[in-house]
Design a protein around this ligand. Structure first.
Ligand SMILES: [Zn+2]
Length: 382
């Protein structure tokens, strides 16, 4: 481990949150308040139960379920599990935002070809996605925090999955995002219901007002908050986002709310969370994916490489919260005894060394000249 970094900061003894993390405190044993209040993940229901659920509804088409695949190891494993272990017939969908790593698209295609699963590919116009990223970065610079570079893909993937299930008469959508990767303060249940209150603009405004009342020193941020809703670059971003959502066939009530994520409703097809049934640890077996599905990953990286924009979130979190977004997620995995603290710490240190360079490359790639990343301020939520 990097000794210099280890010496200058002190960390929670259980997870890898640093002492500089907003709102953190430690007990006598050096365990942080986030670890102490952590509620463990639900119990794993098992593969037999998953099979029982997925065969419990009559299918009107030929597929038991729709599986969204990104080409990362989680979704490749889910597809493998459904075909090889449960013996079911899924239909796969994948979305390329234009910032998808080439290897991940290849992985999705290989897995589907080998498992004999049809794959529906949807691609956003790279042009529109680059414009959205450009505008969101310009808003970020103005407001001083990370403004909506991400999140869009999940919304699109949910929408595509629902539309595909409807079109092909599949009664289930097997969803693979891990709730453990949903951030520092979201519980598993709130993640599953995401798209409800959290995307409601009145709810957001109410939350902001309550936050400002509790933290009066932050009142000076009001002009920046207003800009994030009605500033020049924000409005341009909204325009592109609405255009993209209409082009991709979003229901109108979500098309005109650029950051809204479609909730997991069970009207057309039921969402099934794979990780309710199968333990995430089982995916550790990357060799199986390599041998069976010809699955690949970039040299030196086996997780979270499939999206080229991902580095921006990590960088912003590092600047604002003094730990990367991946690092915060890793804390949940450590608390669940799924990841070892030492290896998570090493990954975090490696990431903190390489992330700025990655971001700069990306920003140059979309043609933002003279754009520097030095504007992030250490802030408190929201
Ligand atoms: Zn901790």
């Amino acid at each position: 481990m990097n000794e210099a970094l280890k010496d200058t900061k002190s960390y929670c003894k259980k997870c890898i949150l640093p002492e500089s993390y907003p709102g953190i405190s430690f007990n006598e044993e050096g365990i942080c308040n986030y670890c102490l209040k952590y509620k463990p993940h639900h119990e794993i229901l098992g593969g037999d139960k998953l099979l029982e659920v997925l065969t419990s509804q009559p299918k009107t088409g030929q597929y038991h379920c729709v599986v969204p695949v990104s080409g990362g190891k989680d979704s490749a494993y889910i597809l493998y599990y459904i075909v090889k272990k449960l013996g079911l017939k899924p239909l796969a969908v994948t979305y390329d935002s234009g910032f998808q790593h080439e290897i991940s698209i290849e992985n999705a295609r290989n897995a589907c070809r080998i498992l004999n699963v049809p794959l529906i590919e949807v691609k956003s116009s790279v042009n529109i996605r680059s414009k959205m990223l450009k505008e969101s970065l310009l808003v970020s610079k103005k407001v001083g925090y990370f403004w909506h570079q991400c999140g869009n893909c999940e919304a699109i993937l949910r929408n595509m999955s629902i539309n595909t299930a409807k079109t092909y008469g599949a009664p289930f959508i097997v969803w693979g995002s891990s709730a453990l990767e949903s951030g520092d303060d979201q519980t598993y249940d709130s993640y599953k219901n995401l798209g409800g209150a959290q995307d409601n603009i009145l709810f957001k405004i109410k939350r902001k007002i309550l936050f400002l009342l509790k933290n009066p020193e932050k009142i000076s941020t009001i002009p920046r908050i207003i800009y994030s809703y009605v500033g020049y670059h924000s409005i341009k971003y909204y325009f592109y986002s609405i255009y993209q959502r209409l082009a991709l066939g979003f229901p109108y009530r979500f098309a005109f709310r650029p950051h809204a994520i479609i909730p997991f409703e069970n009207k057309t097809a039921r969402f099934v969370h794979f990780f309710d049934y199968v333990d995430w640890n089982s995916i550790k077996n990357i060799e199986l994916l390599k041998n069976e599905l010809n699955w690949k990953h970039p040299v030196g990286q086996d997780a979270r490489w499939d999206c080229k924009i991902h580095c921006l979130g990590n960088y912003a979190y590092l600047k604002m919260y003094t730990i990367s977004g991946d690092g915060i997620n890793a804390c949940n995995f450590i608390r669940e005894n799924k990841v070892n603290r030492e290896s998570a710490m090493e990954k975090e240190i490696d990431l903190s060394k390489s992330v700025e360079h990655k971001c700069e490359e990306l920003i140059r790639g979309i043609g933002l000249k003279n754009y520097t990343l030095g504007f992030f301020k250490k802030i408190l939520r929201p």
